[in-house]
Structures are given as structure tokens and as C-alpha cells.
Write a protein that binds this ligand. Structure first.
Ligand code: NAI
Ligand SMILES: CCCCCC(=O)CC\C=C/C=C/C=C/[C@@H](O)[C@@H](O)CCCC(=O)O
Length: 176
């Protein structure tokens, strides 16, 4: 199960929280119930889509950022529940930087339409081709064990980090 749906809509906090956080929570809960081995299911893997925004502070997209932090803490909490062994359901989170697709691409295009140039919207050193995100995703799918994995997808390397090793709270300048 991959909970990937999300929006970047700062002017609509309810829409953002519903899609990014509640959607992920309900998707995870419903899938977990169906998958659990101890209740007749076959076990399985649930991968939830956070973002680099789930590891940092972004002054210009605070609601988006809060939902992505929520996805991280919710998923890792699920992975740490003692019943995980019995249920056979594993949980992991993905943290991509800026992927040249979807909502980031739309943000750049909107900037170009408004300002005639992308200007501060581009963060080239954080940009990742879609194929690299797919590689990270497939890594989580094919690993022998992935419960509790936090995979940050960067331009240079895939990094497995657990909660205690993650530095949370650095603030990016409000360029977007
Ligand atoms: N594009 C980027 O740079 C990054 C994106 N992400 C995350 O990746 C995920 C996918 O985003 P993108 O592919 O960029 O955008 P996208 O706009 O191409 O895809 C988002 C999808 O979510 C669906 N969706 C939105 N609200 C929904 C709702 N309430 N119910 C059901 N479906 C809903 C949309 O219909 C769309 O198909 C999101 O969770 C986003 O936060 C994470 C890091 C970077
Ligand atoms: C760094 C956050 C990447 C998050 C990518 C997404 O989830 C999709 C895009 C949504 C929001 C992007 C916000 C980006 C903000 C950054 O451009 C900027 O504030 C970071 C500047 C970094 C720096 O110069 O050190």
C-alpha cells in the first residue's frame, strides 16, 4: 500500500490536512486492518509519502510542512507498536527533496507564469529526477525487512535513517 496523495495548498488548511495527513492515516488504518495476519490477512507493507518538508521547517509552506511532519511521526509510531510482529504489517516513510514532477513542477510553472522566470522557486541542489524517487521507492519494496525505515531521497545518495538519528528543526530560508 502506498499512501502518496497530497496537495500544496497553503491557503486551504483543511484541504491540506485532509489530503496529506488524514488521507494517509485513514489509508494506513484501513490497509492495516485488511493486511493483518492475526486477523486473517497476509501481512504486507505500507509506505507513506512525506517529504524533505517532514524533516525541516519551511516558513512559506508551514501547513504543508506540518502535515509532512505528521506523516513521519504517525508512521514511525505505527512501526514501533509491539503488535507489528504479530500483524506482519510493516511501515516506512519516504522523504524526497524537490521532484521535478507534480506539485513542485506546478509551483515552478506558476512562478514563471506570474514573474516571467522561476527565480527563487528553483532549488536545483535539492532537485531529484522522478526515476531516482522510483529507485528509492523500489528499495523499500524489495528490502528483506523495512519496518521503521525512513528513506530520504537526495540527488546524491539514498540514506536510511531511523528517528533518533534525524536532525529535525533546521529552518530553510523563506525563498518559496
Ligand atoms: N513533487 C515534489 O517535489 C514532491 C512531492 N512530494 C509528495 O509526493 C506526493 C505526490 O505529489 P506530486 O506527484 O508531486 O503531485 P501530484 O499533484 O502530481 O499528485 C498528487 C495526487 O494526489 C491526488 N490527491 C490530492 N488530493 C487528494 C484527495 N483529497 N483524495 C484523493 N487523491 C488526492 C491528486 O489527484 C494527484 O493525483 C504528495 O504527497 C507530495 O506531498 C514529496 C516531496 C517532493
Ligand atoms: C526542501 C523542501 C522540499 C520539499 C519538496 C516538496 O515536498 C514539494 C515542494 C513543496 C514545497 C517546497 C518548498 C521548498 C522550499 C525551498 O525551496 C526553500 O525554502 C529551501 C531553500 C533551501 C536553501 O536555500 O537552503
Amino acid at each position: 500500500m502506498f499512501n502518496n496523495a497530497g496537495v500544496l495548498a497553503e491557503s486551504k488548511p483543511e484541504v491540506t490536512v485532509n489530503a496529506n495527513l488524514l488521507g494517509c492515516i485513514y489509508g494506513t488504518e484501513i490497509a492495516s486492518t485488511h493486511m493483518r495476519k492475526d486477523r486473517g490477512g497476509k501481512g504486507g507493507r505500507i509506505i507513506n509519502m512525506s517529504s524533505k518538508a517532514g524533516l525541516t521547517d519551511l516558513p512559506n509552506v508551514p501547513t504543508y510542512c506540518a502535515t509532512k511532519h505528521g506523516v513521519r511521526t504517525y508512521t514511525i509510531s505505527k512501526s514501533n507498536h509491539p503488535s507489528v510482529e504479530d500483524t506482519g504489517v510493516e511501515y516506512a516513510v519516504l522523504f524526497p527533496g524537490c521532484v521535478l514532477a507534480g506539485l513542485y513542477l506546478k509551483l515552478i510553472e506558476d512562478r514563471i507564469a506570474k514573474q516571467g522566470k522561476p527565480s527563487v522557486a528553483r532549488n536545483e541542489y535539492l532537485e531529484i529526477p522522478l526515476s531516482r524517487l522510483l529507485d528509492g521507492f523500489l528499495k523499500l519494496v524489495t528490502l528483506e525487512k523495512m519496518n521503521g525505515a525512513m528513506l530520504e531521497v537526495t540527488p546524491d545518495e539514498d540514506l536510511f535513517v531511523r528517528m533518533e538519528k534525524v536532525v529535525i528543526g533546521s529552518t530553510y530560508p523563506p525563498s518559496l
